[in-house]
Design a protein around this ligand. Structure first.
Ligand SMILES: Nc1ncnc2c1ncn2[C@@H]1O[C@H](COP(=O)(O)OP(=O)(O)OP(=O)(O)O)[C@@H](O)[C@H]1O
Ligand SMILES: [Mg+2]
Length: 194
């Protein structure tokens, strides 16, 4: 039997020793699409960060693809879109460059991009409807377009698991529809979504 993609068991997670989540358990199996709902400040982003090892887990355990989080190294299997990070962040990168950075975990920084890399980047740009903006600096895009750039970056890596934290906040209805279509394709290809 294949192990769960994400398995959080009885986890306590917090910041500066102040717990935000207590005794939280979550199992996401391959092919599932799981949505986490809750009020602002209820700990959704904290839960996602704990799953990815971005905040330490006090009590309890976290495993990814059957491997304890601490020993997990196969980051190319996971695409992550954080909540409102600002894709620009002052770096004068183009949309295509930001999306191509989603391939780095897969090909390694030192190996030049090959045909498969270029095709994955082009497909991801098409999926979010930004092909015509590929050459533009990310900083010149609107907030929603920057958010779509980050979704494309996560898709470009060809992950098995997509972890999306409020991915469509600030994204207009037409683009949300395109995003839903891209997610549908990802799921139909066997992908898992949190
Ligand atoms: N880096 C941090 N340092 C200290 N406290 C934090 C940090 N990030 C979040 N918190 C606190 O943890 C709690 C949960 O925050 P979290 O961001 O996980 O909520 P959320 O459910 O994602 O909310 P939202 O719907 O607004 O995105 C909040 O009380 C918040 O103030
Ligand atoms: Mg949040």
């Amino acid at each position: 039997m294949t192990p769960p993609v994400i398995e959080i068991a009885h986890a306590t997670v917090g910041y500066d020793g102040r717990p935000v989540l207590r005794d939280v358990s979550l199992t996401v199996t391959a092919g599932e699409v799981v949505a986490v709902l809750g009020a602002n400040g209820s700990g959704k982003s904290t839960l996602v960060r704990a799953a990815l090892g971005l905040v330490p887990v006090g009590a309890g355990s976290v495993a990814l693809f059957g491997t304890p989080r601490r020993r997990f190294r196969q980051w190319h299997r996971i695409g992550y879109v954080p909540q409102r990070p600002g894709a620009g962040s002052g770096v004068p990168a183009t949309v295509r460059e930001v999306v191509a950075s989603g391939r780095l975990a897969r090909r390694g920084v030192l190996r030049p991009a090959g045909r498969a890399d270029r095709e994955a980047v082009t497909a991801a740009l098409d999926a979010v409807g930004l092909a015509d903006r590929a050459g533009d600096p990310v900083s010149t895009l609107s907030g929603g377009q920057q958010q779509r750039t980050l979704i494309a970056r996560a898709l470009a890596g060809g992950p098995e698991l997509l972890v999306l934290d409020e991915p469509t906040a600030g994204v207009d209805a037409a683009s949300q529809e395109a995003f839903a279509e891209a997610l549908r394709g990802f799921r139909d290809g066997g992908g898992t979504v949190l």
